[in-house]
Design a protein around this ligand. Structure first.
Ligand SMILES: [Zn+2]
Length: 149
């Protein structure tokens, strides 16, 4: 039985929701894509910035390009207070629960965008208490909070 379902998201467009209670550490869905060499991803203009959210680094030699319709996991939205993370395991990439998730909760992870001059192009609508208003990786969010003061 699938642990997720696709539904109209409260954050943005469609999202993935837990179809039942999921405990912390569970593999929820495979992040599917095509394995490409790092040389290929470096030469592809599609990935010509650090906001390539569908590109995952697998190791020194390979990346995973997840920018395909068959990759259902790409529908997962960013949140400033996520309940999932995406991590590689060999040449596969999985979405793991990093908290206990209740049935019907929306799944989310940190897109890991860096903080740069373009950050305002990526507003965040996650509405969590921790939301800083923009999609920026956790380690850089203090920069936005500092600006607000
Ligand atoms: Zn947010």
């Amino acid at each position: 039985m699938k642990l997720y379902k696709v539904k109209k998201s409260k954050i943005d467009k469609n999202g993935l929701y837990a179809s039942r209670n999921i405990s912390k550490g569970t593999k929820i869905i495979e992040y599917k894509g095509k394995i490409i060499t790092r040389k290929q991803s470096e030469e592809n203009p599609k990935f010509d910035n650090d906001k390539a959210i569908y590109l995952f680094n697998l190791n020194k030699r390979y990346d995973l390009d997840g920018d395909f319709k068959f990759n259902t996991a790409r529908l997962i939205n960013h949140s400033c207070d996520p309940n999932c993370e995406v991590a590689g395991s060999g040449l596969k990439v999985w979405v793991y629960a990093i908290k206990d998730i209740t049935k019907d909760e929306e799944l989310s992870y940190d897109y890991g965008f860096s903080y740069d001059k373009d950050y305002k192009q990526f507003p965040c609508k996650c509405k969590s208490v921790k939301c800083v208003g923009y999609i920026v990786r956790e380690g850089s969010r203090w920069r936005i909070k500092k600006k607000r003061k």
